[in-house]
Write a protein that binds this ligand. Structure first.
Ligand code: AMP
Length: 281
């Protein structure tokens, strides 16, 4: 696997591949790779003839009180794991390579980012859209894979690509979970002792909602009450949000008719976890 740290070098490699008729597939990540990321990388390999992973903890998507400094990092291990999937190149830029002195241009997706994580983390999606645009200009992919674990992010990226006429196909990948249901996340490494058990309630509450909808419940209030009860019973979890939304607009809905996003963000101790599922339809 080729390791590239420089934007110009990445662009030259992408141009060379394109000139040879290769199809470039791409998975952007913040590293500390787990099986969820690796599943995206394996999927990317089937979608193109040359695949690229980026490993970059993007400072512009973290608020001043968030965990940018402490975000888990292990680039050596990431390179080893991604190399084993057969990925052709890893783009691993330094922060100063992506945001040199004088940087002042941002990409903003205005509406689908208002609710959910956009409401809790005001600068998050501006940072994500900006870095993904920059990564697309560096890697020049034909196709890019994003996890449905970050459902709102996937919707925002699709919107950005459409609105800015970016010639990249966006593919969503299902959520990869631990055997006990916990959605894999680099941040799971923060969970201490009992917190790992408390964290299981996110997946359990999604199942409670799925069962309710399966038995005919359509009332959003009743579904969210059951979800909140499941999340908070036993203590140790503080719900940031548990909301039902339209899967395209990410606006809240009150009745589950057709596919509806149930999105969760929950604090377990000092760790903020997200999870979601699509109900109905
Ligand atoms: P991150 O490194 O957290 O920025 O994630 C990089 C990509 O991997 C994003 O598209 C995420 O949605 C995706 N991803 C992270 N965890 C999972 C998971 N458990 N299942 C599926 N995709 C995931």
């Amino acid at each position: 696997m080729r390791i590239i740290e420089n934007v110009g070098e990445m662009q030259r490699q992408a141009d060379a591949w394109r000139a040879e008729g290769e199809k470039i597939s791409f998975v952007p990540t913040m590293g500390f790779l787990h099986e969820g990321h690796l599943s995206l990388l394996r999927s990317a390999r089937t979608l193109g003839s040359k695949s690229v992973v980026s490993i970059f903890v993007n400072p512009t998507q973290f608020g001043p009180t968030e965990d940018f400094a402490s975000y888990p990092r292990d680039v050596g291990k990431d390179l080893e794991l991604s190399g084993k999937t057969g990925t052709d190149a890893a783009f691993v830029p330094a922060a100063a390579e992506m945001y040199p002195d004088g940087f002042q241009t941002f990409v903003e997706v205005t509406r689908v980012t208002k609710n959910l994580c956009g409401a809790s983390r005001p600068i998050f999606f501006r940072g994500v859209a900006t870095v993904v645009s920059k990564l697309f200009h560096a890697v020049k992919p034909h196709v890019a894979v994003f996890g449905q674990k970050d459902f709102q992010q996937l919707v925002a990226i699709r919107r950005m690509v459409k609105d800015l006429n970016m010639d990249v196909e966006i593919v969503g990948h299902p959520i990869v979970r631990e055997k006990d249901g916990l959605a894999m996340s680099s941040r799971n490494t923060y969970l201490l002792g009992e917190e790992r058990l408390v964290a299981l309630r996110l997946h359990r509450s999604l199942e409670v909602a799925r069962e309710l909808v399966g038995s005919g419940e359509k009332n959003g209030g009743a579904i969210l009450q059951a979800v909140n009860d499941c999340l908070t019973a036993g203590g140790g979890a503080a719900v940031d949000y548990a909301r039902l939304c339209d899967t395209d607009t990410i606006e809240e809905v009150e009745v589950v008719e057709g596919p509806t996003l149930l999105a969760l963000a929950v604090w377990v101790g000092k760790t903020r976890l997200i999870d979601n599922c699509v109900l109905g339809g």
